[in-house]
Structures are given as C-alpha cells and as structure tokens.
Write a protein that binds this ligand. Structure first.
Ligand SMILES: NC(=O)c1ccc[n+]([C@@H]2O[C@H](COP(=O)([O-])OP(=O)(O)OC[C@H]3O[C@@H](n4cnc5c(N)ncnc54)[C@H](O)[C@@H]3O)[C@@H](O)[C@H]2O)c1
Length: 262
C-alpha cells in the first residue's frame, strides 16, 4: 500500500517525509480498486473542508462512511453525507457522551476512525483569553483522547482498526498567534507516538497522524491576505494544498494493507 501510494499521483503534495514501516501485520487487500470494501469509517468534522474530502475518498475506496459534525452544521452535513451515500451523525465531539453516541450509531463496530474536527481561535499568547485556549484544546486534543480511549475500551473500534488524526505543521513548527492551536496539534503528535505501539500490540490497531501545511479551506480563507499568501508558498510546490491531498494520505493510512505503517 505504501509503494502504491508514493508512486501514484495521490501523494503528489507530499515531500520530505520519512515513512517508517514495521515488519509485522502488513495486512492484505483483495481488490485494489476498492481496498476499503467491508470496512466502516467515521470521520469527524466532515460537513465540509478536509473532512468532507476524507469522507469522499474513503467512500470511493469502498468504505461505508459515517459523517459527523456539530448539530449547527447539520444541513451542510446532511448534504455532504447524501452526496456520498454516507450516514450523517450530528454531534458535538466534545460532548461528554460523544463516544457512547458514536458506539450506538455503529452497532456492528468501526474499522476506521478519522479525528479531523478542529478549530482555530487565534490570538497572540499575551492577549489569549482562557476560554479561547480551552476551547481549542478541548476540540482539537482532549476530545480525541477521550473518544479514542472510550471506543477502544468498549471494543467499538475493531481489531485491525485504523485511527488517523489530523495534526498540523503548526504542531511541529509553531505559528505566530496560534500557540493554542500549535499546542493542541503538537499534543496530537505526542498522543499518536505514545498510543501507537500500545494500540498495535494490544488491539492490532494502527494510530497515525497527518500534519498538513497550508490547505485551501474555509479555515485558511479566514487568514489575513498577506499571511495567507505567504502560507501558500511555504512548501516545495509553492502553492496551497487541496483537501483531497490530505484525504488521499488519510486513506492510505486507513487501508487494511497499511498495518505496518506507524
Ligand atoms: N486548512 C488547513 O490549512 C489545515 C492545515 C493543517 C491542519 N488542518 C486541520 O484539518 C482539520 C480540518 O480543517 P479544515 O481546514 O477542513 O477546517 P474547516 O473549518 O473547514 O472544517 C472543520 C470542520 O470541523 C467541524 N467541527 C468543529 N468543531 C467540531 C466539534 N466540536 N464537533 C464536531 N465537528 C466539529 C466544523 O463544523 C467543520 O465542519 C482540522 O483539524 C484542522 O486543524 C487544516
């Protein structure tokens, strides 16, 4: 799955990455045209943007998809889900009972869990109100930890499952005015690094993260013009990426044949 992905146009926006493969649990794919056939996937924050693209690519690859987004975005969520033949689950991922409600929505279990929901509340650290800090950490990091833990413990996420979280280049390099966001995304990277070996050993589940640079979505459309233009040029292609670039990478991690990628 890794060579197929890296040698295909699907990885065009990826550069300078080291991919580590283990020697165990490589997994198999019966039909490369639809490698996710028979698998159930849940994508958080998938009414629009990167999440909608992830849901679309997973559906294209044969998965049964559940799109989750906040109840306020229900109309857009339903439109996206209908377009993909997916199910819609309006739910705030920070709700204390979020994992229970997800488990109830997939009584037969889940194979792929994509933690994509995320928010920014930018402000220089010196002027950062506590609630802007807390809300970003809660959505981007705490909810990922809570739901992952509960869905593994309850057995909802089946053996051979795949967890993919959306980090950010801000979590690696930091970003002016985004200390809260960068901390949350650095937290995702730490969480993945610490959870991956245990989840693989105890549950046969892989845990990975994608750390996109500048991707053209509503989130980045809100960035001031000159910072936005600079952001677009900070990569080897000197242009913004598209949601599909993140989606294809996520789909590669999600494949049954990607069991050795972590
Ligand atoms: N756009 C970029 O350049 C970029 C770069 C790196 C990482 N990311 C990350 O990618 C992910 C998607 O970003 P995007 O650019 O598509 O943003 P977006 O704002 O277009 O979409 C985010 C989606 O998440 C949903 N969401 C927010 N809070 C939620 C909650 N509590 N419960 C459920 N759903 C919730 C929103 O309603 C929205 O539909 C985020 O985690 C973001 O941090 C984006």
């Amino acid at each position: 799955s890794t060579l197929r992905f890296l040698l295909s146009p699907r990885s065009a926006y990826i550069s300078g990455q080291v991919v580590e493969l283990t020697t165990d649990a490589p997994g198999e794919v019966a039909d490369w045209a639809a490698p996710l056939t028979g698998r159930t996937a849940l994508v958080t924050g998938s009414a629009r943007g990167i999440g909608a693209a992830v849901a679309s690519v997973l559906a294209r690859d044969g998965a049964r998809v559940i799109c989750l987004d906040v109840p306020q975005a229900e109309e857009e969520l339903t439109r996206t889900a209908d377009r993909l033949g997916a199910a819609a689950l309006p739910l705030n991922i920070t709700a204390p009972d979020a994992a229970d409600l997800i488990a109830a929505a997939v009584p037969d279990g889940l194979d792929i869990l994509v933690h994509n929901a995320g928010i920014t509340r930018d402000r220089r650290l010196a002027n950062m109100p506590a609630d802007r800090w807390a809300s970003v950490i809660d959505v981007n990091l705490d909810s990922v930890l809570r739901t992952t833990d509960a869905l593994i413990k309850s057995g909802t996420l089946r053996r051979g499952g795949r967890i993919v979280a959306t980090a950010s280049i801000a979590g690696i390099a930091g970003n002016n005015g985004q200390t809260n966001y960068a901390a949350s995304k650095a937290g995702i990277i730490g969480l993945v690094r610490s959870l991956a070996p245990r989840a693989a050993a105890e549950h046969g589940i892989t845990v990975n993260a994608v750390a996109p640079g500048f991707i053209e979505t509503k989130m980045t459309a809100a960035v001031p013009l000159f910072i936005r233009e600079a952001g677009r040029r900070m990569n080897s292609l000197s242009q913004g990426g598209l949601p599909v670039d993140v989606a294809e990478t996520t789909a590669w991690f999600a494949q049954p044949a990607s069991g050795a990628v972590r």
